[in-house]
Design a protein around this ligand. Sequence first.
Ligand SMILES: NC(=O)c1ccc[n+]([C@@H]2O[C@H](COP(=O)([O-])OP(=O)(O)OC[C@H]3O[C@@H](n4cnc5c(N)ncnc54)[C@H](O)[C@@H]3O)[C@@H](O)[C@H]2O)c1
Length: 325
Amino acid sequence: MTTTARPVAVIGAGTMGHALALVHALGGHPVRLYDNDPGALARAPGLMEAALATIREAGEAPPGWDEARLAEAVAIVPEIAQAADGAWLVVEAVAEDAEVKRQVFAALDAHAPADAIFASNTSMLDIFPLVPTRRAPRTLIAHWYTPPYLIDLVDVVAGPATDPAVVETVRALYAGFGKHPIVLRRFVPGFIANRIQAAIGLEVNALLDAGVAGPAEIDDSIRHGLALRMALMGHLMKADFTGLGLSRKILANRSYTPPVPTGRCAELERRVDAGHSGVATGAGWYDYGGRSAAELFRERDRQLFALKQAVRAVSPLPGTPTDGE
Ligand SMILES: NC(=O)c1ccc[n+]([C@@H]2O[C@H](COP(=O)([O-])OP(=O)(O)OC[C@H]3O[C@@H](n4cnc5c(N)ncnc54)[C@H](O)[C@@H]3O)[C@@H](O)[C@H]2O)c1
């Protein structure tokens, strides 16, 4: 099947949607971007242009990409029918609300070709019951991380009725973009990376509330301790270097008890109540000295590209997964 001539529809033009439109365009596909909020559609071209400028500055854009090429590649459309018409792939990135997604899938069912693949970017929802039954074989989750033009991980998850060939088409598509798709064996809310991140978050919040350390000590422990090894080896290969006998002893030693989730963190609530909600307000866990959110995001993206390029330059350690036998 030739996929490049038929467009990719991106539904939802918010934080993720505009960036996903850009990613698919840079991957060589004509894109139609739709949102039911005209304001979101009006903001999308400027956001995509700013992201493209950062990508180009990092030397990560394919040759020949500029604002004119972007405007040609991504059509902003005011109707869902226009977006879905003729699309071979529909990327759903609307609000994380089951009823909203159900309605969007119903509209897509009415307007998208019978052979279109529906790929949902949901963070947590089991979207499979929300999709009309006849679309089930060609529906999956392809979950990206923000910003998707920078973070390469994509979680690809089949539903109970998804055709394995569709999973492979989408996996191969994103691998072809230079991304790092992983295929989960089944749906779990939060997939893998966000579940691990949630466990880290639980511990961090408990350490803060117990007064063991402050934000700087906690982030330094991650940056200078955990993260460097994790970037090279993940968790399990790192354990191989420690020795699995020790992993077994640590697991058996019950002196560590994970925090009980309470759904609250007093230190977090103090910041939010004081109006410090992060870079958008100039301060959160840290004070950013009056620098604007746009400037901070640009700087973060520049630094992340530099880090990614450094990690890419390091050859991965050899090793193939064992099955325990
Ligand atoms: N923000 C993230 O870091 C992130 C990361 C991975 C996945 N996601 C998931 O991606 C999806 C989108 O998240 P986001 O952060 O971009 O949210 P967002 O609020 O920034 O954007 C959602 C967009 O959907 C639009 N929308 C709402 N109802 C609609 C409808 N009926 N038809 C068309 N458009 C509609 C809204 O106008 C809005 O522009 C969610 O499922 C979210 O869980 C978000």
